[in-house]
Design a protein around this ligand. Structure first.
Ligand SMILES: [Zn+2]
Length: 200
């Protein structure tokens, strides 16, 4: 018996030809929960960060989803957007998740962005290292600008003149993504794109 990952309502299973052929996409949510997320596909372009593709709007359902996923540590929820992330990322040659500081990882028990990619079966490269545990959202613009770099390259990381795609859960001010793009470009990346689940 399969239940909706969010509301635990039992999922209806209607026999379909896709099911018979074994090519049906695995359902993780009931129709009501699934419809509560607002797909947006916002694409923004820039210089340092060449483009950002955000898949969803940050609405109430998304806020609740992330609360349950990140803070209540319900790692099973990584499956909810696996199909969507996979279809956007499967052709990318070098996917780089925004890393979590090691102390934060212990506190949260898992790295939420990496877990989203694992669920989506998207291979990724750990090229960046987070330098501090500070949270961007709690800072003013001035404080953000005065900060030391958020990321450094991982020891032994080799950056090639190719396109890298950085992945994060949420795109808010762009500080995090821009700093990550800066490190990769300075090390020789030709182009840096980003994919985020949400645009706040
Ligand atoms: Zn549901």
């Amino acid at each position: 018996m399969t239940r909706c990952l969010l509301c635990e309502q039992q999922l209806e299973r209607r026999p379909t030809w896709q099911g018979l052929l074994g090519i049906q996409k695995k359902q993780h949510l009931c129709e009501i929960c699934s419809n509560s997320f607002q797909r947006a596909d916002i694409i923004e372009e820039g210089n340092l960060l060449d483009s950002v593709h955000s898949l969803y709007e940050y609405n109430e359902a998304m806020r609740e989803f992330f609360h349950q996923y990140k803070f209540l540590q319900d790692v099973a929820l990584a499956d909810v957007f696996a199909g969507e992330l996979r279809s956007v990322l499967k052709e990318k040659i070098a996917v780089v998740p925004i890393p979590m500081h090691p102390d934060k990882r212990i506190e949260r028990t898992f790295a939420h962005v990496e877990e989203l990619l694992r669920s989506a079966v998207v291979p990724f490269l750990l090229l960046l290292e987070k330098t501090s545990t500070e949270v961007m959202g709690e800072k003013t613009r001035e404080e953000r600008l005065a900060m030391k770099p958020l990321f450094i390259l991982q020891k032994h990381a080799v950056i090639e003149p190719i396109t890298y795609t950085i992945v994060d859960d949420i795109y808010t001010t762009g500080t995090t993504l821009n700093q990550a793009a800066f490190v990769l470009k300075e090390a020789g990346a030709k182009r840096v794109e980003a994919v985020t689940l949400i645009r706040a």
